[in-house]
Write a protein that binds this ligand. Structure first.
Ligand SMILES: Nc1ncnc2c1ncn2[C@@H]1O[C@H](COP(=O)(O)OP(=O)(O)O)[C@@H](O)[C@H]1O
Ligand SMILES: Nc1ccn([C@@H]2O[C@H](COP(=O)(O)O)[C@@H](O)[C@H]2O)c(=O)n1
Length: 282
């Protein structure tokens, strides 16, 4: 007697857990890098994109679009570096301040559809908070924002789309001063000294030259609603195309638990070329 077959549809490219990763169809997310100088509006632009794609009120486990800050990939400082940081003598705008290896590995895990855990960053203590971990669930679109996300070639090549938020340096400084005083535990003198000694020169040496890698430059950041709308529209089209392509590539299979001899399988008859192999529908 043949068991009653339940046909299910899986995607050709799915490989894990019957094609699902934690209940989500497994497919590499569309990875967008968002760079720009300090306080250019990177986080705000990402927030606007998420809002326009209707993601802000969605539970974290269910989000189609997620945003990660490169600041979560600052490397741990040695005790002497912490002392320097406390005196405003550590350069947080230099590529060496980041853990490039972990950044790359984490993005590769994300592209492989894995859940990743990322510590948050504590600007007041210049350290990662391993007691406050962000869990990033598989999503369709991942935004990765930071001053040097296009600096490291091995990281840069992972992005499907690269945005550069281009806000003039006076505006950026005018925004950084109150932000660092109100949110990051600095006083005015510290902010200005750090800006003159490290932030400005490092922007010119390491961040600004990466603008040439961007696919889209967004002048004036979040004020530029036309640019943001165009980017959101483009992301929607990409997601729709991916959805359509994956639907076209679906095949029917029998549940893994049911074992059938190929010659008696209605599923096989429907999809097989006679060699016991399932085929894509045309
Ligand atoms: N278009 C804007 N108009 C006014 N303030 C802004 C605008 N964009 C960002 N800000 C403010 O400037 C500061 C830095 O913005 P943020 O998006 O965090 O920049 P970044 O992520 O590039 O460091 C924040 O306090 C933010 O609220
Ligand atoms: N302990 C730290 C770590 C980083 N910074 C500064 O943060 C800036 C990057 O964040 P944005 O949101 O402004 O892109 C960077 O310019 C560092 O100087 C810091 O002050 N202290």
């Amino acid at each position: 007697l043949l068991p009653t077959l339940t046909k299910r549809t899986i995607k050709m490219c799915d490989t894990k857990l019957n094609g699902k990763i934690n209940g989500v169809d497994g497919k590499a997310p569309f990875l967008i890098g968002v760079s720009g100088g300090t306080a250019s509006g990177k986080s705000t632009v990402c927030k606007r994109i998420m809002e326009k794609l209707g993601q802000v009120d969605v539970d974290h486990t269910q989000r189609q679009v997620v945003c990660i800050s490169q600041d979560c990939f600052y490397r741990d400082l040695t005790p002497s570096e912490i002392l320097k940081a406390e005196r405003g003598l550590f350069n947080f705008d230099h590529p060496d301040a980041f853990n490039e290896k972990l950044m790359k590995e984490t993005l590769m895990d994300i592209l492989a559809g894995k859940i990743v855990h990322i510590p948050t960053y504590d600007y007041k203590n210049h350290s990662l908070r391993r007691d406050e971990i962000l869990t990033i669930y598989p999503a369709d679109v991942v935004l990765f924002e930071g001053i040097l996300v296009f600096y490291f070639p091995e990281v840069r090549k992972l992005f499907h789309m690269k945005l550069f938020v281009d806000t003039d340096s006076d505006t950026r400084l005018a925004r950084r001063v109150p932000r660092d005083i109100n949110e990051r535990g600095r006083d005015l003198e510290q902010v200005l000294n750090q800006y003159m000694n490290f932030v400005k020169p490092a922007f010119e040496e390491f961040c600004s030259p990466t603008k040439k890698f961007a696919d889209v430059i967004i002048p004036r950041g979040a004020d530029n609603t036309v640019a943001i709308d165009l980017i959101v529209q483009h992301i929607r089209e990409i997601l729709n195309n991916r959805q359509r392509n994956s639907e076209e590539r679906t095949i029917e299979v029998v549940p893994a638990a049911v074992t059938l001899t190929p010659t008696h399988s209605p599923a096989k008859r429907a999809n097989s070329g006679g060699d016991g192999q399932f085929k894509r529908p045309h």
